[in-house]
Design a protein around this ligand. Structure first.
Ligand code: SF4
Ligand code: MG
Length: 317
């Protein structure tokens, strides 16, 4: 598989609004073509912000997002038309992400027509096809969002994204608001689509079981930084970072459909005022003096694995 893909490099201090200032910092992540990277963390860790930066919805105040070696954001933060089509996002809430006044056919078809992915006269057939791809009856294109369940709406949101023929999909908690049985159906749909269409995706979730199911590699985020990145089987077999280990210990049984983590000891500090040094040090059982003032770098800890912890580089003393 080609390894040239999308590189998300050096994002520093994301954001337009006060709440998301510094939500993400020092993040470097590469997504390869045809790969699904899971992005995991507790709520407020900055994973949605990172997803929105990648999708070009938020503009980083510093740093850059590269796509096929070109920047995603322009100088003034406006994306090129081409990139608007190439990176698509699926949001958590299928109830607010669809325009209630628009028929499904128009919702799914307007982007592809506007960006000349399909001609206007072929749009109806194109939408019918796309709906079938996500397991929906093509006749649904005449209906409005309120006529559908949460699971069906999320399929429609996925159809809208796929209709743009994206090179990269960013899915932000795409099943978190759905019932457990519906979650499994939507995840299985995603797995079928990724196999059939060779999708490249960033899959954001707070749920370790969900991410294990869908991802080739997993990035663990804590307070705006990626603290560990590893191929999925290796990460689940032997997590390296103390935060990752704490996450696994906080989940009694990892499986699809698990709810939130049981909280790890100590409160999550405010992302606006993260602790100095290693952000995790106030909650980490292994913390030493070094952890309080020195930021641990994300460094190789094995084949294709990275972790940001002083325990891997000479200790915490
Ligand atoms: Fe814990 Fe220190 Fe490692 Fe941070 S750097 S995870 S505080 S041991
Ligand atoms: Mg979120």
């Amino acid at each position: 598989r080609p390894s040239i893909g999308e590189r998300i490099a050096g994002l520093l201090g994301a954001g337009r609004t006060t709440e998301i200032v510094r939500a993400v910092s020092d993040v470097s992540l590469t997504v390869r073509k045809g790969e699904v990277v899971g992005l995991v963390g507790e709520s407020g860790c900055g994973k949605s912000t990172l997803g929105r930066i990648v999708a070009g919805i938020y503009t980083p105040s510093d740093g850059k997002v590269l796509f096929d070696k070109g920047p995603v954001a322009r100088e003034k933060g406006r994306r090129t038309d081409k990139l608007t089509t190439r990176i698509q996002m699926v949001h958590q809430d299928p109830f607010s992400s669809l325009n209630p006044r628009m028929r499904i056919g128009d919702t799914v078809g307007e982007g592809p027509v506007a960006h000349r992915i399909v001609r206007a006269r072929d749009a109806d057939a194109y939408v019918a096809n796309t709906l079938e791809r996500v397991g929906l009856d093509p006749s649904y294109r005449r209906r409005f969002p309120h006529q559908f369940s949460g699971g069906q709406r999320q399929r429609i949101a996925i159809a809208r994204a796929l209709a743009m023929k994206p090179d990269l999909l960013v899915l932000d908690e795409p099943v978190a608001s759905l019932d457990v049985s519906i979650q499994a159906q939507v995840l299985n749909l995603f797995m079928d689509l990724r196999r059939d269409l060779d999708l490249t995706a960033i899959f954001i979730s707070h749920d370790l079981g969900v991410v294990r199911h869908v991802s080739d590699r997993v990035a663990i985020m804590y307070l705006g930084r990626i603290v560990e990145l590893a191929p999925t089987p290796e990460l689940y077999a032997a997590p390296n970072h103390p935060y990752t280990r704490a996450l696994f210990e906080s989940v009694p049984r990892v499986g699809v459909g698990r709810k939130n983590f049981r909280p790890i000891a100590g409160e999550i500090p405010s992302p606006l005022h993260p602790p100095a040094g290693c952000h995790f040090h106030p909650r980490c059982p292994f913390a030493g003096p070094r952890c309080r003032h020195e930021v641990p770098a994300l460094l190789p800890v094995g084949e294709g694995r990275l972790s940001a912890c002083h325990l891997n580089t000479g200790g915490t003393g």
